[in-house]
Ligand binder design. Structure first.
Ligand SMILES: NC(=O)c1ccc[n+]([C@@H]2O[C@H](COP(=O)([O-])OP(=O)(O)OC[C@H]3O[C@@H](n4cnc5c(N)ncnc54)[C@H](O)[C@@H]3O)[C@@H](O)[C@H]2O)c1
Length: 352
């Protein structure tokens, strides 16, 4: 079969991040966003007009039947990620799905298997991995600057950053979970990528919903309709101790709402035998010959294109190797699920 050099993209969901999906694919000269599916006629029309997208539909399944669509890019509420991605893969489309990969590891595993069977590219939109800080930190870790990294702390914690109370984000049946799935997933994925290890042996976690259910900590992210009458039944803060298969440990913290000093903290720390690092900004800490040294590191994007959609197209063109691999995203999903299970049962969860 002749290798393709141009790709038609269908974006599904024209909410807050759907717009970014469209813009990002449009950055690549080999990609055309030719179709959009959006259940809100108003949001769909606005986006289609703004970005000159010729085909606008309300039912995404129409687009899966189009033979000329090569890529489906999913920017939907979490509960739709796995079913829509699976339908798209079965229809022979490459899939970019936003995080979290699914709302349970069983569904996520089906995606991994199907993409492999069909030889299709499947990638989860872990955009936090693409930053210059993370790319440069990865080179420091693999280059041995830190020695052996044995422990990490990673967090995305906001003071008042709930993506609108009453939206699908704050309802378990649509979101699957709260801040753990929404932003904890980024902090965790970034950290495991830097450690170069995704498989966990055991997870101990706790989740809370202290502020959101009382109407506190609301923010403005997201475009979907809100219904303030709907119960806030997801977590607004979570913490976990993750023991990786190698025995190394990760402390993960996530919060949408918490009484903390910084409005928004999104960072990772690695502790190695020879040095430690923290980002952002990327800093190295080590014992120098004459005292302790803290060094601010100049960052760059040598590993991959910093835009995930441009990278996705580069992979299809054979110019890049997938930076976020399906098996890694499945391992992340297993850990997130284990955090919820551990919180529910009060016990450490062992992962097979
Ligand atoms: N990678 C990131 O940094 C990042 C950032 C924000 C959001 N996200 C993820 O992206 C996803 C979407 O988040 P958002 O902030 O854009 O939410 P949003 O509520 O702003 O947008 C979701 C859109 O999907 C539409 N939609 C719902 N059901 C649909 C269907 N069956 N067919 C077509 N359209 C449908 C809604 O009408 C809405 O416009 C979430 O899973 C979220 O976790 C990722």
């Amino acid at each position: 079969m002749k290798k393709k050099d141009t790709f038609n993209v269908a974006v599904i969901g024209a909410g807050a991040i759907g717009i970014d999906h469209i813009r990002s694919f449009q950055q690549h000269p080999a990609a055309t966003v030719s179709a959009l599916a959006e259940v809100s006629p108003q949001r769909g029309r606005e986006a289609a007009d703004q970005f000159n997208i010729p085909d606008l539909v309300t039912d995404y399944r129409t687009l899966l039947k189009r033979a000329d669509i090569d890529i489906v890019s999913i920017a939907l509420p979490n509960y739709l990620h796995a079913p829509v991605a699976l339908a798209a893969l079965r229809a022979g489309k490459h899939v970019m799905v936003d995080k979290p990969m699914a709302t349970n590891a069983r569904d996520a595993a089906k995606l991994v298997v199907t993409a492999k069977q069909k030889k299709l590219l499947l990638m989860v939109g872990q955009n936090n991995r693409f930053t210059p800080e993370v790319q440069t930190a990865k080179q420091l870790v693999t280059g041995g600057t830190l020695g052996e990294v044995y422990h990490a702390k990673t967090a995305w914690t906001r003071r008042a950053g709930i993506p609108r109370i009453g939206s699908w984000f704050t309802q378990k049946k649509f979101a699957g979970g709260g801040c753990t799935y929404d932003i904890g997933v980024h902090a965790l994925d970034r950290c495991l990528y830097l450690l170069g290890e995704f498989e966990a042996a055991a997870v101990s976690g706790q989740t809370y919903g202290q502020l959101g259910p009382r109407g506190l900590g609301d923010a403005t992210w997201g475009k979907s309709e809100i219904d303030p009458q709907k119960p806030f039944d997801v977590d607004d803060l979570s913490v976990a101790l993750i023991k990786l298969k190698s025995g190394r440990t990760v402390l993960l913290e996530a919060s949408w709402a918490a009484h903390q000093a910084q409005p928004d903290f999104n960072g990772t720390q690695l502790f190695g035998t020879e040095a430690g690092l923290q980002l952002p900004p990327l800093q190295l800490f080590r014992q120098g010959p004459t005292g302790y040294v803290t060094e601010l590191v100049t960052t760059h994007t040598d590993l991959v294109h910093p835009n995930r959609m441009v990278h996705f197209i580069d992979c299809l063109l054979g110019k890049a190797k997938p930076y976020v691999k399906p098996a890694e995203s499945l391992a992340v999903q297993k850990i997130l699920d284990a955090i919820y299970l551990s919180a529910k049962t009060g016990k450490e969860v062992r992962i097979k």
